[in-house]
Design a protein around this ligand. Sequence first.
Ligand SMILES: CC(C)=CC(=O)SCCNC(=O)CCNC(=O)[C@H](O)C(C)(C)COP(=O)(O)OP(=O)(O)OC[C@H]1O[C@@H](n2cnc3c(N)ncnc32)[C@H](O)[C@@H]1OP(=O)(O)O
Length: 257
Amino acid sequence: MAYETILVETRERVGLITLNRPKALNALNALVMEEVVAAAQAFDENPRIGAIVITGSEKAFAAGADIKEMLPKTFIDAYMEDIFSGWDGLVRVRKPVIAAVAGYALGGGCELAMMCDFIIAAENAKFGQPEITLGIIPGMGGSQRLTRFVGKSKAMDMCLTGRMMDAAEAERSGLVSRVVPPGELIEEALKAATTIAEFSLPAVMMAKEAVNRSYETTLTEGLRFERRVFDSMFALDDRKEGMAAFTEKRSANFKNR
Ligand SMILES: CC(C)=CC(=O)SCCNC(=O)CCNC(=O)[C@H](O)C(C)(C)COP(=O)(O)OP(=O)(O)OC[C@H]1O[C@@H](n2cnc3c(N)ncnc32)[C@H](O)[C@@H]1OP(=O)(O)O
């Protein structure tokens, strides 16, 4: 499939999606949303792919939803289009998705990164929810996901002042999992994705589902869910292979079954 706003590559068992609207600092318009979701879903369905990385440029992961596209819209346009709801397709991807963020990740850019399973940031990354400066509030999940990542006080600070957070603060606050030099970002993200892709795919997908469940339910229900999923893993050939490989002091050869 030919894409206009993104570059799509396969590296070993990893699908790499690069936002590619450099003149607009990768601002997220409707076409970007459609293409990112389509590419991620294609990787999700591809049995040769075990993990996905989404990245931007060194200057901008994405500087937000496209303000110029939003400017002429009316309430009824936004409501009837259910603007941004297309991104739910990315959240439904079952394989792990890593955001590799350098430069600006603002508004929808920060929100896109937070839709991914974890964020690896370059030292020059800047995160923010500056929607308030435009007379609006976050609309791609920022008020909800940022609060879960960094807690109420910092989420309020970010959403109410519109200030940016640098990579060190983002790591301290739990928004990003690790920070690396800009020149090592893609390599680090691909390395993490390749590590994941070498494990048993059903086990990886179940781990993602279990962690995500912790956001949606009580601790008691979440623990029950984890235990039931854990029990079901004794039906996997890969579980037998992983444990046998450990005891036989060799590498596991997972078959994703
Ligand atoms: C999801 C929801 C509900 C909302 C949102 O996401 S609203 C958008 C939130 N983001 C922002 O408010 C950030 C807007 N951008 C900036 O503040 C600046 O561009 C910057 C600080 C990120 C970078 O400043 P710099 O001076 O380095 O670059 P610019 O000359 O300002 O930008 C270059 C080029 O990109 C266009 N641009 C940047 N961001 C957006 C955007 N979000 N939507 C549309 N276009 C954007 C900018 O207009 C300029 O293009 P032109 O020279 O052709 O105007």
